[in-house]
Unconditional design. Structure first.
Length: 178
């Protein structure tokens, strides 16, 4: 591969997760200051009519309380993020909250994940992982009723802290609280 693919004009690697020879590496964060970092992510599960009817009846599938189990799975996933995403740093999580909201009239479940940590690297991947696994858990819990569900719209809504500062997704107007 050509040198210009991996290096800028100053011969520094263009991709932070590649070393000077193009090999994968974890970014060195040893010199970064510890700051409070937060992230909020969301995602959606669009439900089949049969799933909506079952959830509106009692919130349970044959496997149990769909939303509570999905929330628990999301929190568990947050803690496993560095094991799932190559080159992601392990951090001490100070707060992890996953909430699932059944919006019966819209035929969907909104999932939000809020993460906070006082550390040297961000928590966006943890928030996105929490939402993703919670959504997959909803699917798993309800697939016996119907497999006709769609997981969509997983995105970062807001992040604070660190060198890059605050990010708020377009259209959020600063209101990305879970």
């Amino acid at each position: 591969m050509a040198d210009d693919v991996f290096f800028g004009q100053d011969k520094e690697p263009v991709f932070s997760h590649l070393d000077g020879e193009g090999r994968p590496r974890m970014v060195d964060v040893s010199g970064k200051p510890e700051t409070l970092r937060t992230a909020v992510a969301e995602g959606w599960v669009i439900l089949d009519r049969a799933v909506c009817e079952q959830l509106s009846a009692d919130g349970y599938s044959k496997k149990g309380d769909v939303l509570k189990i999905a929330e628990t799975a999301g929190i568990m996933a947050v803690k496993k993020t560095p094991e799932l995403i190559p080159l992601c740093h392990g951090i001490r999580i100070d707060r992890a909250e996953v909430k699932c909201f059944f919006l019966e009239e819209r035929g969907r479940i909104r999932i939000s994940c809020t993460i906070a940590a006082r550390d040297v690297t961000g928590v966006e991947m943890e928030a996105l992982t929490g939402v993703s696994v919670a959504a997959l858990t909803v699917y798993d819990m309800c697939k016996g009723i119907s497999k006709n569900m769609i997981i969509e719209g997983i995105r970062l809504l807001k992040k604070t802290g660190g060198k890059s500062g605050t990010y708020i997704a377009e259209g959020m107007n600063g209101n990305a609280d879970s």
